[in-house]
Design a protein around this ligand. Structure first.
Ligand SMILES: Nc1ncnc2c1ncn2[C@@H]1O[C@H](COP(=O)(O)OP(=O)(O)OP(=O)(O)O)[C@@H](O)[C@H]1O
Length: 332
């Protein structure tokens, strides 16, 4: 039996590789993290760091196709997500784990009324009549605060604003009462004011429904707003994991430190906004040692050794070969 404090999802040594001209190239490797019931984990990092590939492989959308391969484990409610067959994947997706993507328009079918689309998702997983599913769809739309849900259920996706379309997708995601939601940059395509409303809605949903959430973003400000814990990804690996408050107060990895220094609110406290010079390596060019070393102002010759994510205190891990000894150089 699963205890209240046990993780709902426990990912260990996830590795996703693609065949690149006859050689296996890792897009993500040595990725381990866990999410407890009701907890929100922020998966954060620059573009191309492997956030989406990690999430997509958990949902069975990556690593299974020809020219791709997967290893590691992802324990979720007594099953290993990486080893589900097609039928088991179908029954898990949108039911036990639901996903919300960045671009609401591409996830909705323009030819069907939104109420119909939400109801169709319900009928995949629940034995209910079309009329019952429609009522449940309206209820879900109501929950995500779409005004006049009963009337709006008969509208087509293009009749909604971007923010309202994202609400429709969230309604679709929660309609089957999942225990986990994976949100991949769900606010990036929206205006700033609408972004704040969607974040507030997700926070509310998480609290009301006791949902666990993996929130994928490149925005540390968003992490501060809605996440309990964060895992920072760089070049296909997690470089630091921990409680959001503790990590923001004292980042252990130089990459996390740089990401925070690039946040306007923190930069104004420190006196300057600092971008990270250079760009991350491509999967075909990952260095054998620390992958961040070429851009790190604290690197030593010894940083050419392979790295491991080490637990430094309960719930906090760091991949920096220098531990936190680099911090003294920040102060000088
Ligand atoms: N289907 C694919 N085939 C080959 N390479 C891929 C595929 N999908 C992603 N990649 C590569 O895998 C790496 C990780 O990509 P991923 O989309 O996970 O990054 P990300 O951190 O989610 O970035 P973003 O914030 O831009 O979405 C990148 O180098 C990307 O080019």
């Amino acid at each position: 039996m699963t205890g209240a404090k046990d993780p709902l999802l426990n990912v260990e040594n996830l590795r996703v590789e693609i065949d690149f001209n006859g050689a296996w190239v890792p897009l993500v490797d040595d990725v381990s993290f866990s999410v407890k019931p009701g907890e929100t984990l922020g998966l954060v990092g620059e573009s191309g760091s492997g956030k989406s590939v990690s999430a997509m492989s958990l949902m069975g959308f990556m690593g299974r196709q020809r020219g791709q391969r997967l290893s590691g484990t992802a324990a979720f409610q007594g099953k290993d997500l990486l080893r589900l067959n097609d039928r088991e994947l179908e029954s898990m997706r949108g039911n036990e784990i639901a996903m919300v993507f960045q671009e609401p328009m591409t996830s909705l079918d323009p030819a069907f009324k939104v109420g119909h689309q939400i109801a169709a998702g319900i009928r995949v997983h629940q034995h209910v009549t079309a009329a019952q599913a429609k009522e449940m769809a309206i209820e879900a739309m109501d929950k995500v605060r779409i005004p006049s849900a009963r009337v709006r259920a008969d509208s087509y996706p293009h009749e909604f604003s971007g923010g309202m379309r994202q609400r429709v997708l969230i309604a679709m995601a929660i309609a089957n009462n999942p225990s986990m939601l994976i949100a991949d940059e769900p606010t990036t395509a929206l205006d700033v004011s609408v972004q704040a409303q969607i974040l507030a809605l997700l926070t509310e949903m998480k609290e009301d429904l006791g949902l666990a959430m993996i929130f994928i973003t490149h925005n540390m400000g968003v992490v501060a707003d809605i996440c309990d814990r964060l895992a920072v990804m760089y070049a296909g690996q997690i470089v630091e994991e921990g409680d959001v408050f503790e990590t923001f107060a004292a980042p252990q990895h130089p990459y996390t430190d740089r990401l925070l220094a690039a946040m306007p609110s923190i930069a104004s406290r420190r006196g300057s906004l600092e971008w990270i010079p250079g760009s991350p390596p491509k999967p075909t060019d990952f260095p054998a040692g620390c992958r961040f070393a070429p851009r790190c102002r604290h690197r030593l010759d010894s940083c050419e050794q392979p790295t491991t994510l080490l637990e430094i205190s309960p719930g906090r891990s760091n991949r920096c070969l220098r531990g936190n000894t680099w911090m003294e150089e920040n102060e000088s």
